[in-house]
Ligand binder design. Structure first.
Ligand code: DHE
Length: 570
């Protein structure tokens, strides 16, 4: 019945409506994917913002406007952008929205679109009243969140333990090389777990919906970023590892890394923000902000001005004093040379839109990054400072940091899974010795489902693991595929890890190896008020080794092994 209503509703929409809303049908997608891309809610929902009144927009009370703003930042901004200029989703500009009018907009918000926008009414994520409210809200002038400059950063900066008061040697017996920093998404914490004993060493309060952890060159310092732009600097040498400094670099953020070039060990940190769209260079030992660089500017192809090009992944080069900064909406990769901050040199490389996550090839010369709305992996040659190739892959590549191995037939390769289809694309990465295969998809492996977020292997392993965490089917999203790298012609073994952990509701995600490369850890990411676990698999036998459960392990997602993150081993 609901479907019939939806069909009728869409059928009677005027042509103008369908034109404005004609979604990007070229790329396959599904509700889970879209929900993922729009994310886990932004901390901007609680931020006081400037609000203008537009006399042509339908009336709203202040309370309704505030509630619309909160819902928008929690559920819509990830796709449509903070300023509603469009990103993964369409632009929602007031004049276009007013042309559509409240009644038509209610259909889209309530029932979704064929291009992948979820039906917020049909999924019960919004009530009928909220659907109506949002349909009026998006006809108003978008409120602008406040900027966040040096003054605000300095006011937020806290050095809890100054450098001179920190230990001069490691004060604990933990083998920190094999510690895992585990994201506990919904509690805004990381759990530090000793990979040898599987015991939890510490829970550390971090930013809102903490996103990733990165390790300094020496392996001593751990950096985390929350979605609210709160950076924690954690000293792993302390008796119990703890936060020694914090800084807020913005109000919506995802990425962080630290200098890895020789002579700059641990010295400089960098964080990227979604809002304001910028990256910040900091002192690596204290987080003191040193320089803020805006990423506002023009798209690489159409040369259209974009007011909020968000900073996606950032990695530190091992071969130059440079950070690789991937700017989502403009499709540009910036190589930021930190050796002279007064005369900062950046190389701006035209890549593809919208850049998201990525990793190094095994030589650490080439950085491969997903441009997920153009079904492309862009390859940046960081030695030459230019684009090596744009490689067409499957629907919406999502590699995490990807996986490197030496293929029996094609030489060194790197792989990515996809959100939008059930393949794993294997790309040749060695233009020197395997020129014919370089920057081509040399194999396409069949995953057990679409909705893959992460793939992983290790130089010591002969297995490749992939999740399908966003698949709509419960059995599929709880399972992982594992291929024998020496026999990639054979289908993958599919193992339901949630079942092994005795968990009925949850997604299995993010493989991460231990330092030795003989265990692979997965998160079984359960609901906030339900059970979750970490599942440790013996890599050689592919049999269960241990399940780590603890009431405090709430919504574990990413895991970052100190050694592997420090040296970019994947
Ligand atoms: Fe992530 C990496 C952005 C949702 C888990 N995620 C990244 C990176 C970016 C990013 C830019 C690369 C960081 C880097 O390398 O410097 N993620 C986003 C989003 O914008 C998005 C789609 C929506 C949002 O609002 O945040 C999003 N991400 C998620 C999740 O829902 C995941 C699955 C669970 C969670 O913890 O929130 C998730 N993202 C991760 C993980 C990594 C990551 C585990 C690091 C992968 C790695 O191995 O390096």
């Amino acid at each position: 019945m609901k479907l019939l209503v939806k069909g009728l509703a869409l059928a009677v929409l005027p042509l103008a409506v369908s034109m404005v809303w004609a979604a990007d049908r070229k790329s396959e997608t599904n509700t889970a994917t879209t929900t993922y891309l729009q994310g886990g809610g932004s901390s901007l929902s609680g931020v006081e913002m400037y609000q203008s009144t537009d006399p042509t927009a339908p009336p709203m009370t202040k309370a309704e406007f505030d509630s619309g703003r909160q819902i928008y930042f929690d559920r819509c901004a990830g796709c449509h952008g903070v300023l509603r200029k469009g990103a993964t989703g369409k632009a929602l500009l007031p004049k276009d929205m007013q042309k559509l009018g409240t009644e038509n907009l209610k259909v889209f918000v309530g029932y979704g679109t064929p291009g992948g926008m979820p039906g917020f009414g049909t999924s019960n994520e919004l009530t009928e009243k909220e659907v109506e409210l949002m349909s009026r809200y998006i006809q108003q002038t978008p409120p602008t969140p406040p900027e966040w400059g040096m003054k605000e950063m300095m006011a937020s900066w806290k050095v809890l333990i100054p450098v001179e008061k920190r230990p001069t040697r490691k004060m604990n017996n933990i083998n920190i090389d094999n510690v895992f920093s585990v994201t506990l998404r919904d509690t805004g914490e990381v759990a530090l777990i000793d990979g040898d004993t599987k015991k939890i060493v510490a829970f550390i309060k971090t930013g809102f919906a903490v996103h990733i952890s990165r390790i300094s060159k020496s392996g001593r310092y751990l950096y985390t970023t929350g979605r609210d732009g709160l950076i924690n600097l954690i000293d792993l040498w302390m008796e119990t590892p703890q936060t020694v400094a914090t800084l807020r670099t913005g109000s919506d953020a995802r990425s962080i890394d630290t200098s890895k070039y020789k002579g700059y060990d641990d010295k400089i940190a960098i964080a990227g923000s979604y809002w304001p769209p910028a990256y910040v260079l900091m002192d690596g030992f204290t987080l003191k902000p040193l320089k803020i660089m805006s990423t506002r500017g023009y798209t690489y192809d159409e040369q259209e001005y974009h007011p909020e090009p968000r900073v996606a992944s950032i990695v530190a080069s091992h071969i130059k004093p440079e950070f690789v900064v991937n700017v989502k909406e403009t499709g540009k990769v910036l190589l930021v040379d930190y050796s002279d901050m007064k005369n900062l040199k950046t190389t701006e490389i035209e890549a593809e839109r919208f850049l998201h996550d990525g990793g190094w090839d095994s030589s650490k010369r080439y950085f491969l990054v997903a441009a997920n709305m153009r079904n492309t992996v862009s390859v940046v040659d960081t030695k030459e400072g230019k684009l090596a190739a744009n490689v067409k892959v499957g629907a919406k590549p999502h590699p995490g940091r990807g996986a490197n191995w030496s293929d029996t037939q094609y030489g060194p390769v790197w792989a990515t899974g996809h959100l939008g289809d059930d393949t794993v694309a294997v790309i040749g990465t060695d233009p020197a010795k395997h020129k014919d295969n370089a920057w081509k998809v040399v194999r396409s492996l069949k995953n057990h489902g679409s909705g893959s977020l992460f793939v992983k292997t290790h130089p010591k392993s002969r297995n490749l693991w992939a999740d399908a965490a966003l698949n709509p089917d419960a059995e599929v999203r709880q399972s992982v595929s594992v291929w024998d790298l020496k026999h990639l012609d054979k289908p993958a073994q599919v193992i339901n890890l949630a079942k092994l952990a005795g968990i009925t509701e949850g997604r299995t995600t993010h493989p991460e190896y231990n330092a030795k490369g003989d265990e692979v850890w997965f998160s079984v990411w359960g609901p906030k008020n339900g059970e979750s676990a970490l599942v440790v698999m013996d890599d050689k036998t592919r049999k269960l080794k241990t399940v780590i459960k603890d009431k405090r392990l709430i919504t574990p997602t990413g895991k970052f092994n100190v050694h592997n993150t420090q040296y970019d081993v994947y």
